[in-house]
Ligand binder design. Structure first.
Ligand code: HSE
Length: 436
């Protein structure tokens, strides 16, 4: 077997500890796939004295990333710290000092992808980021390599394990939102700032990366329309169920008609998915991605999208890919994150789909007719209506309307207009619906 490869790990948190454990415990297996032994030479941590679940020989630990930068024998580095800084400066320094980098940090790539990938290219290095999207599911390789022959038509993904865990527990056990969020944190699913999970930021950053891989267009993640799961309550879940749906935080990228065929419609939002479809059956911290390619048809990927060992699985696979040279080839041939998106491609926020609308309305004659009239004026056709008798003394009742397929922008404008009328008694909700 060839001489061993020395790797560095920066960050020994949840994912870093998992990657270290896998590299050590499965060393023989990793060596077989890498064609040579892969040895962890250095581990950069903030505090070398902190008690850890993983036993790293003290001689490997350092607080100085310079120990890796100055060591030419270390060729591959797993950068496993979250957030933007110092992660960005570390990535720059690693690339400039000639290291190939593997990372799970989607926030970093979503924010600075174009410049970091350009930098890697200029230095003849690669960045592998399978672990940055959907944890253990090999979706980056699937889109970037295995489905390369396809024109991708759409991607629909449950890309945030924490919010899926919360929605599942709320629906299945009637559990309290805050309590389940605490559980997700204890399981190591949630981000350091869990607001990024529940407000859709994490899923949006992942969608931006997938959009680039699938559609060759770089969309700054903050421009993608995004809503989180904070407004979802048990009543809405029950209504969805009554109609034959379940609520999932769905990230969608789909070729949009118009814009010369070059448009991609994007959004992250709680969405109704039909019961019995694979997306609806994705529970707990699982992630799922449904992709339609013009040659392959619809494909479905399902697996753990968060947590220590599923994410470590992707990190170590990327280390192996880098060692054998596959990562460099993929990085070069897919032209990852070239700063200039192909001409004619534009971001379009408009989706055409069915919508579930929930209005809290005054319980008095003519209200339903008025709302139906407003929707009709905008050309929005109603598929079904549910209004249960109010069992409270407030005089307000939820009115739930399922529409036929309509442009999201039209529906949203119609809901805004209805919200300005005097029949509305509370916050209205508008959710897209996915039937297949
Ligand atoms: N916090 C993320 C999630 C895991 O809950 O899916 C890392 O991306």
């Amino acid at each position: 077997m060839a001489e061993h490869v020395r790797v560095g790990i920066v960050g020994l948190g949840t994912v870093g500890s998992g990657a270290y454990r896998l590299l050590v415990d499965s060393a023989a297996h990793v060596a077989r796939h890498a064609g040579r032994p892969v040895v962890v030479e250095r581990v950069v941590v903030r505090d070398p004295h902190r008690p850890r679940a993983v036993a790293v020989p003290p001689g490997l630990l350092t607080t100085d990333i310079g120990a890796i930068l100055r060591d030419p024998s270390i060729s591959v580095v797993a950068l496993l710290v979250g957030g933007l800084e110092p992660a960005r400066s570390m990535m720059v320094a690693l690339l400039e000092s000639g290291k190939d980098v593997v990372t799970a940090n989607k926030a970093l790539l979503a924010e600075y992808g174009p410049e970091l990938f350009d930098l890697a290219r200029r230095h003849g290095r690669s960045i592998a980021f399978e672990a940055a999207v959907a944890g253990g599911i090999p979706i980056v390789a699937a889109i970037g390599e295995c489905l390369a022959a396809n024109r991708i038509e759409s991607i629909r993904g449950i890309l945030n394990g924490t919010s899926n865990f919360i929605l599942s527990r709320m629906e299945e056990e009637g559990a309290d939102y805050t309590e389940v969020l605490r559980l997700a944190q204890a399981e190591g699913y949630a981000e350091a700032d869990p607001a990024m999970d529940v407000d859709g930021t994490d899923a949006t950053q992942k969608l931006a990366l997938l959009t680039h891989l699938a559609f060759g267009t770089w969309v700054p993640w903050a421009q993608i329309p995004r809503r989180g799961i904070e407004g979802i309550d048990l009543d809405l879940m029950a209504t969805a169920r009554e109609l034959g749906y379940r609520i999932r935080l769905l990230a969608i990228a789909a070729r949009a008609p118009g814009a010369g065929g070059g448009g991609v419609a994007l959004r992250v939002a709680p969405t109704l998915v039909r019961l019995g479809t694979p997306l609806a059956e994705t529970r707990g911290a699982y992630n799922a991605v449904s992709i339609v390619g013009d040659a392959v048809g619809r494909m479905f990927f399902h697996g753990l999208g968060a947590g220590q060992m599923p994410t470590a699985s992707a990190v170590v696979a990327d280390i192996i890919d880098t060692v054998v040279g596959r990562a460099a080839i993929t990085f070069r041939t897919t032209g990852m994150l070239e700063t200039d998106a192909p001409a004619g491609r534009r971001l379009e926020a408009g989706m055409v789909e069915r919508h579930l609308l929930r209005f809290l309305v005054a319980d008095r004659p003519g209200v339903l007719a008025r709302i139906a009239g407003s929707l009709g004026e905008q050309g929005i056709s109603i598929a079904s209506v549910i209004q249960h008798e109010a069992d409270n003394a407030t005089g307000a009742v939820p009115l739930v309307i399922m529409t036929h397929r309509s442009p999201a922008a039209t529906v949203s404008a119609a809901v805004d207009a209805i919200d300005r009328t005097d029949v509305i008694r509370g916050r209205s909700l508008c959710l897209g619906v996915v039937d297949d």
